[in-house]
Design a protein around this ligand. Structure first.
Ligand SMILES: Cc1cc2nc3c(=O)[nH]c(=O)nc-3n(C[C@H](O)[C@H](O)[C@H](O)COP(=O)(O)OP(=O)(O)OC[C@H]3O[C@@H](n4cnc5c(N)ncnc54)[C@H](O)[C@@H]3O)c2cc1C
Ligand code: SF4
Length: 282
């Protein structure tokens, strides 16, 4: 395997695709490569070509979670989502771009069961152990998106600039289909460059975990208020970060036998989050 360190985004893009992968902090990708779950002939280190740092509403995709957590220019929901993600060591290596693109934690996928997301014809979690899995969007794959940060960015209405386009963060994600098992819309030779995160009047991020800290979200709830508008987004409940149009939309959840408890956690956290930003819960 070779490691490239391109000097420009153009060079990086040319080196991507055809069996190569972008490498940022490596906290997600390196273990996947080591375990043979992801294969790559070439790693393209993006540290010289993807912006790092915070400038007003703009956050470089190579900015670490630790840097975002420490910045008082960043809306509270995003700071708190970073603060509650992973461990301090991982937050000082892991970038926001890599966080948005991290792979599912579904143990069947990580143990390389030939499941739907790996291109197979069924979801092993649905018939098997699925306590940490999805309650929305789980028709084909019941994985639960692990990113706290993505839910916060979704509630805040962030947009993303890539080497090809600008898009609302919601459009970075898609549910897998028979034709395309990917859960993001990013092309193999496309890089995330920058996020633009509007300031909200107020915002919060609340997280339920199996441990008090350093665990992936069972349910994460981000809520942001700008004027009379309130936006809510959830982590850990669907194969992608999930926008919730209202508290009542939790009634539309389609939990598996082992994940119904997540709906009740989400109900409690959404009420608390909405009350916390001065919204009405009924
Ligand atoms: C033990 C553990 C616990 C964790 N707990 C949490 C948690 O509670 N909440 C949470 O939200 N996250 C959690 N994480 C995830 C962690 O935050 C991510 O691993 C980290 O942010 C990934 O960033 P990275 O820079 O290391 O990405 P990498 O590992 O380098 O890359 C990850 C993916 O993103 C792609 N990529 C990276 N940068 C770019 C770019 N600019 N353009 C295009 N593609 C790119 C890579 O090709 C790869 O596919 C945890 C991780 C671990 C290992
Ligand atoms: S939840 Fe998704 S990743 Fe996990 S076994 Fe089912 S199809 Fe595979």
């Amino acid at each position: 395997m070779q490691l490239l360190r391109p000097e420009s985004a153009e060079q990086a893009v040319q080196a991507l695709g055809n069996g190569s992968k972008a490498l940022a902090g490596g906290t997600d990708l390196v273990p996947l490569l080591r375990d043979g779950i992801v294969r790559a002939d070439t790693l393209v280190h993006v540290s010289r070509v993807v912006p790092r740092g915070i400038d007003g509403m703009r956050i470089g995709a190579a900015t670490t979670l630790a840097e975002i957590e420490a910045s008082d220019a960043v809306p509270e929901a995003l700071r708190e989502a970073c603060r509650q993600a992973a461990s301090p060591q991982l937050r000082s290596m892991g970038t926001v771009g890599g966080n948005l693109l991290q792979a599912t934690r579904c143990w069947y996928w990580r143990l390389q069961f030939p499941c739907y997301l790996h291109g197979g014809d069924r979801c092993h979690a649905k018939a098997g152990a699925h306590r940490e899995h999805a309650v929305f969007g789980n028709d084909r794959c019941a994985s639960a998106h692990p990113s706290d940060v993505a839910a916060a960015l979704l509630a805040l209405g962030a947009t993303i600039r890539t080497t090809r386009r600008e898009l609302p963060i919601a459009d970075l994600y898609r549910l897998p289909t028979d034709d395309d098992r990917d859960v993001t819309t990013l092309a193999p030779d496309e890089l995330l460059l920058e996020l633009e995160v509007p300031q909200a009047d107020t915002s919060v991020y609340l997280k339920a975990m199996d441990r008090r800290k350093w665990a992936f979200p069972l349910v994460g709830v981000a809520a942001a208020r700008s004027g009379a508008e309130i936006r809510i987004a959830l982590a850990g409940v669907a194969p992608i970060p999930w926008a919730l149009p209202s508290i009542d939309a939790l009634d539309d959840a389609t939990p598996l036998p082992g994940t119904a408890y997540k709906v009740e956690i989400a109900r409690a956290l959404v009420r608390r989050a909405v009350a916390g930003i001065g919204g009405l819960t009924r």
